[in-house]
Design a protein. Structure first.
Length: 255
């Protein structure tokens, strides 16, 4: 009888703890950063001409987020609608550098040191937003990489911006789902940056480009597309009216 009673108490405690987590009653969430793009859902690759692939390049990632805490990567809301910070478990820039190096190898970029070209990627935004619902959470993320291409003498050849976004419905306060959307957005931002026509022209020719405007030939998502997705989330009841109004204002501000 004592064992049965102890078992019942243990089950009750476990249920209460699970319910508290599901409803988002957390004060902070730490995410072990992992690169896990969901290729079946969000396949992204860069269209790189052979002449570009023949030029050696050194790729450097720098932090330009201007945060008091460099490990902070976003915020979430719990069932009580209180916001809590989301942190990475280790250096964000080192994580992005490792990802960029690996993806560049997959895309057969000729990475060397020293190199004919230096591509500097400044991370201006690496943000995850989790909105907790009765069942699960809605995850939205945006990554922005400002790029500068230089020649072997340090002269600037091209500048611009690559942007990536991702949205997904998943489990509440899930590090796995957070890594998925961050990975998708990060890969998309890098691919969009490399697709910039001004960047590619300067990379191949070694002369300064005046047409580089930040991947306008292949934007991650237009404002109209982002607004349509936002409308869809509201209609499905996945976000509140307040969340809708806030995000809509952000999208219109970026136009």
């Amino acid at each position: 009888m004592i064992h049965v009673r102890r078992l019942a108490i243990a089950i009750a405690i476990s249920f209460i703890a699970s319910f508290a987590i599901a409803r988002g009653n957390v004060k902070e969430l730490t995410v072990p950063l992992k690169y896990v793009p969901q290729e079946g859902v969000h396949a992204t690759s860069a269209d790189l001409p052979p002449a570009l692939l023949g030029q050696s390049v050194e790729i450097r990632v720098e932090d330009a987020r201007k945060l008091d805490d460099p490990l902070e990567i976003g915020h979430g809301t719990g069932g009580d609608d209180k916001r809590f910070p989301i942190h990475a478990d280790h250096d964000v820039i080192a994580f992005i550098q490792e990802m960029v190096t690996g993806v560049s190898k997959e895309w057969t970029l000729k990475q060397e040191h020293p190199a004919a070209r230096t591509l500097i990627l400044q991370v201006t935004r690496f943000d995850i937003d989790e909105s907790n619902k009765a069942l699960g959470s809605v995850y939205g993320t945006e990554v922005k990489l400002a790029f500068t291409l230089k020649d072997a003498r340090g002269n600037s050849l091209a500048e611009g911006m690559g942007t990536g976004t991702a949205h997904r419905y998943g489990k509440a306060h899930s590090p796995e789902n957070i890594n998925e959307v961050l990975s998708d957005a990060l890969k998309e931002a890098y691919a969009n940056g490399l697709a910039d026509p001004g960047l590619q022209k300067a990379w191949i020719s070694g002369t300064e480009s005046v047409a580089s405007v930040g991947a306008t030939a292949r934007p991650a998502e237009s404002a109209e597309e982002r607004l349509r997705k936002l409308d869809d989330l509201l209609k499905k009841g996945l976000i509140t009216r307040a969340e809708y109004d806030k995000k809509r204002a952000e999208i219109l501000k970026d136009m």
